[in-house]
Design a protein around this ligand. Structure first.
Ligand code: PLP
Ligand code: COI
Length: 360
């Protein structure tokens, strides 16, 4: 953080909603903490940094973000330190600040200085500390986002933007192993597109095909390359990894591939695996290889990695109308070991020897 503290105005709520939350039964993304952080981009600079009571935005019907979709977001989590309940731990927030700016660049939006992201986040979490749960599997999900704020129907990058951080106590995203369908008709992105960025439109493009798959009983899609639908890329809410015999295989992200989100969880898992001496291959993954490996038993595990989902085991893969079941491995699963280690670090139970944890 910069030495000079930023001028962030704080207006506290007169009525906290904290006492209305049932922390033993938290849905994902429906409950919001008492405050939010806001900043406006006007006249070429970020200004009016403020924390205000969580509440509705009023907006002009011609708001550029609604019409032309200049809208980006991030997702990260805060946990209560299990060794010291007074302390809150946030996982790799500087990486989210950097990825927000990579998305901003692609969407022709202004970059946000890291100190605004970090100080806004710090002060907001400090104020709403009581909202960070300590129940099993729960955390405070943090959603930073930026959108175009001009009221103008001409097609051009907006001159004004709003940056906001809202937070939401959340429980487990997928409570059961996930059933995914390999998508071969629709695409969420393509080479030269916005797949690597965390852009609202990527998610909009994925909803219709995901809905069709859900009607067939799947939880999510496994996206394939837009050109040939031959290679597995990622899922709608997570990156994916496959254990084939003793090797973990995952699709490459930037700079090799521009269609897959450069997931912070994925990078963390890859680093842990390499520390543990597990063989890892970042390469194109042919659909056929996964189908064959599932059938001949060399596919030991498949799992997703992501902030919301943490580590989500995949139990079934649908391909061309055929439902393939991934056989349960005997003994400790690698995905379980990864999940325990990662969650242990996030909750202060495993030593952070990586400098991944930001403390408040
Ligand atoms: N891929 C997509 C499409 C996602 O929405 C997410 C969630 O953020 C991820 C991957 C995982 O990224 P991260 O680990 O940075 O949360
Ligand atoms: C996250 O994991 O932060 C995500 O953005 C997933 C979200 C689409 C629920």
């Amino acid at each position: 953080m910069e030495e000079l503290a930023l001028d962030i105005k704080i207006e506290k709520t007169s009525k906290s909603n904290l006492d209305q939350v049932d922390f033993d039964n938290i849905p994902f993304g429906k409950i919001f903490s008492d405050h939010m952080f806001l900043a406006d981009y006007k006249d070429g600079k970020w200004q009016d940094l403020r924390i205000v009571p969580y509440g509705e935005f009023s907006m002009n019907p011609a708001l550029s973000a609604i019409h032309y979709g200049q809208s980006i977001f991030e997702g990260l989590k805060a946990f209560r330190n299990r060794q010291n309940q007074e302390e809150v731990l946030i996982f790799r927030p500087q990486d989210n600040a950097a990825r927000l700016n990579a998305s901003a660049k692609r969407m022709c939006m202004p970059e946000l200085p890291e100190n605004i992201f970090m100080e806004g986040l710090h002060k907001l979490i400090e104020l709403d500390k009581g909202w960070v749960p300590n129940t099993e599997g729960s955390s405070l999900y943090i959603r930073p986002f930026m959108f175009a704020a001009d009221a103008f129907l001409g097609l051009k990058p907006s001159d004004t933007y709003t940056f906001a951080i809202i937070t939401s106590p959340v429980g487990i995203y997928y409570s059961n192993p996930v059933k995914v369908k390999i998508e071969k008709e629709y695409s969420r992105t393509c080479h030269g597109g916005t797949g690597y960025a965390k852009v609202a439109g990527n998610y909009a493009a994925s909803m219709y095909p995901a809905k069709l798959a859900q009607a067939e009983g799947y939880d999510q899609l496994l996206w394939t390359d837009a050109a040939e639908h031959k290679y597995i890329e990622e899922s709608g809410t997570m990156n994916v990894m496959f254990q084939i015999n003793d090797t973990i295989v995952t699709a490459p992200t930037m700079p090799e591939e521009d269609t897959i989100l450069r997931s912070i969880t994925r990078l963390s898992v890859l680093e842990l695996l390499s520390d543990w001496g597990v063989k890892v291959e970042e390469r194109k993954i042919p659909v056929q290889e996964i189908v064959d490996a599932t059938k001949d038993g060399s596919l030991k595990e498949a799992f997703g990695t992501g902030t919301a989902v943490t580590i989500a085991p995949i139990s079934h893969i649908g391909n061309d109308g055929e439902l393939l079941e991934i056989a349960e491995v005997e003994g400790e699963k690698l995905s379980t070991k990864i999940k325990q280690h990662l969650q242990g670090m996030q909750m202060g139970e495993v030593e952070d020897n990586k400098g991944w944890i930001y403390r408040i």
